[in-house]
Write a protein that binds this ligand. Structure first.
Ligand SMILES: NC(=O)c1ccc[n+]([C@@H]2O[C@H](COP(=O)([O-])OP(=O)(O)OC[C@H]3O[C@@H](n4cnc5c(N)ncnc54)[C@H](OP(=O)(O)O)[C@@H]3O)[C@@H](O)[C@H]2O)c1
Length: 316
């Protein structure tokens, strides 16, 4: 039995994960009480006694309600990246509903929810359709909320930008899908955490595109990462099917799923681009140069993070 949280606590999903960890750290920096709900209680707690962990047990909604009772804000980062043997989008939608309803029943004052740019119920991609459905489920609760929609996050234990650097370091050339001219707007994870906290403190229902200061074409982003880490590689256009096939070969060595057909489709359809002003200030180009000694040295493994639940994200 876990002792109840201190009233007014900010509860973050997955504080041993990627964005959840940065949100928790920024909250602690501001002297706020923080707790986490996580399925990864076996991972080392980087915050020690400062952040108490409660189970993110979707099968036990009443326990979730008790874990959240007294919380002022819930930051929800929970989602799955693709359908897999042990998890899928349909389950993630159900689980998100369970979590929102638990927050409502627990009397949580505000929910800051992490979504994606351009979610739509009509999207051909299950990821973007699912995100639209989860946003709707949040609205249905009637709980005061902010929906943050990042395109791509970078910094710390990120996956996409890190693994672009990893491939640049190892492969003789880098293939971009099609012409590579579709746009992306990466935001640094610390800027994102600050944005989440800023919106936790408001009380209007809002939707914010969480994008960084620079818009790149995908090809430009790959070139910027290559330049930052000091590798020269031809960046060539390849058909999406071919890029996916190469990615599958790499997956055999990493034991991961580096990219899915859906992710490539969403990227090429420009869904990681929005026409709204930036909200972050840290620039990918400068950050990549400052972090060139470590960027892409290790592969960041999504499946590893899901299966090895006692190992820290930055070791996987
Ligand atoms: N990373 C990006 O570039 C990016 C871009 C756009 C939008 N987003 C959105 O931002 C949010 C946070 O993303 P993130 O990259 O920071 O994620 P993350 O930390 O890897 O995962 C967030 C939370 O979801 C849980 N989770 C993830 N996959 C799971 C699975 N397959 N089964 C069960 N639990 C799972 C994690 O569990 P544990 O607590 O057990 O670790 C953690 O609590 C997500 O909603 C994502 O869609 C991310």
């Amino acid at each position: 039995m876990h002792p109840p949280i201190v009233p007014g606590t900010h509860v973050v999903t997955g504080a041993y994960g990627y964005t959840g960890k940065y949100i928790a750290q920024r909250l602690l920096d501001r002297g706020l009480p923080v707790a986490t709900v996580t399925n990864s209680a076996g991972r080392a707690n980087p915050f020690g006694e400062q952040v108490r962990a409660y189970p993110l047990d979707f099968a036990n909604p009443s326990a979730l309600v008790e874990s959240l009772r007294g919380a002022s804000v819930l930051y929800n980062t929970y989602w799955v990246r693709f359908n897999y043997r042990h998890f899928n989008f349909a389950g993630a939608i159900r689980n998100s509903r369970t979590l929102f309803n638990a927050a409502k029943d627990a009397g949580v004052g505000r929910i800051v929810h992490v979504s994606i740019t351009n979610p739509s119920p009509d999207s051909p991609y299950e990821y973007f359709r699912g995100k639209a459905e989860v946003e709707e489920a949040l609205r249905d609760t009637g709980v005061s909320h902010a929906i943050l929609r990042p395109a791509v996050l970078f910094g710390g234990a990120d996956i996409l930008v890190n693994n672009i650097a990893w491939m640049l370091r190892r492969l003789p050339m880098f293939g971009v899908f099609g012409d590579g001219k579709y746009r992306v707007q990466p935001i640094h994870v610390e800027d994102f955490a600050d944005l989440a906290i800023e919106h936790a403190l408001g009380n209007e229902n809002t939707v914010v595109n969480a994008i960084g200061p620079a818009t790149f074409t995908y090809r430009e982003m790959v070139a910027a990462v290559a330049e930052a880490i000091g590798v020269r590689r031809p960046i060539v256009s390849v058909p999406a099917w071919f890029g996916l096939a190469v990615s599958r070969i790499v997956d055999r060595f990493t034991g991961d799923i580096a990219l899915t057909r859906e992710e490539i489709g969403g990227l090429m359809d420009g869904l990681l681009y929005v026409d709204t002003p930036p909200v972050g200030s840290i620039r990918l180009t400068e950050w990549a140069k400052e972090n060139s000694a470590t960027l892409g040295v290790r592969y960041a493994n999504e499946i590893g993070r899901r299966l090895k639940r006692a190992t820290a994200y930055d070791k996987l």
